[in-house]
Design a protein around this ligand. Sequence first.
Ligand code: ADP
Ligand code: MG
Length: 272
Amino acid sequence: VNHMTTVVKVGGSLIEEGWLQSVLTDVRNTLSTEEAVLVHGGGQKVTEIAERLGKQQRFVTSPSGVRSRYTDSETAEIYSMVMSGLVAGRIVTGFAKLGVRAFSLSGIDASCIIAERKRRLLIINERGRKMAIEGGFTGKVTSVDSSILRWILGLGLLPVVSPVAIGGEGEILNIDGDRAASAIASSLPADTLLILTNVEGVVLRGKTVPHLSCNEARSLLPEIGPGMDKKVIASVEAVQNGVKRSIIAPGNRSKAIADAIRLKCGTVIEDG
Ligand SMILES: Nc1ncnc2c1ncn2[C@@H]1O[C@H](COP(=O)(O)OP(=O)(O)O)[C@@H](O)[C@H]1O
Ligand SMILES: [Mg+2]
């Protein structure tokens, strides 16, 4: 059988709001016709556990308005521990309850996701001024070796990937989950990148936009707020790197995936 390959990104927002098991059920229900790789987020969980460990989290905003966690070395350790241990563990056990054998790995395993450490970060400080700070342990994905994912799929297991990458000097790096899913989708390559989140799709002037070309998506970026901006960037990148279509869709309803792949909801981003 020629399965279609879908990379499903499940946002931390859905997990926090109690939708994880529903999303996993949706994924299971596609497995007769689709081959799936799941990539997860979980930033809120990292913040919660870090703060319980007494490690205050700090967020920075780039000149283009993208907000991200400032990841010093202690935060990188907590980030990796929470993502690959706690969040991935919940997903794998959630799948087990549905009779699906999932296999979790992070981008550091088998050097699956290689990223470049951002040595300097340009941020906007409290006074609205641009300034450069020490980059910490945040990475920009440079390559994905999907052979390990193909191997896991070949064993009949469902890969669950945590958004952690390995740097050129063996560092553990925090990478954005949406961008990680995009890079994995391009590398496989997948037919569809499906980004599930807690809103109906890309909302502009109060309405969900059903379809965007890559050019439209790029030009609308300044009007799209934090959280969704990363998904739109990730979606465009996937399509430009060989994925047939990206879909940003709500995961907080039953039959979310079936509806999204039939384009009954969400925003599709395609070429042209
Ligand atoms: N134009 C927009 N359309 C839809 N959502 C938007 C938009 N701008 C900002 N958002 C926000 O993006 C959020 C989704 O991103 P995020 O909170 O990072 O979720 P996830 O955990 O799925 O990554 C939405 O809950 C919404 O508040
Ligand atoms: Mg997010």
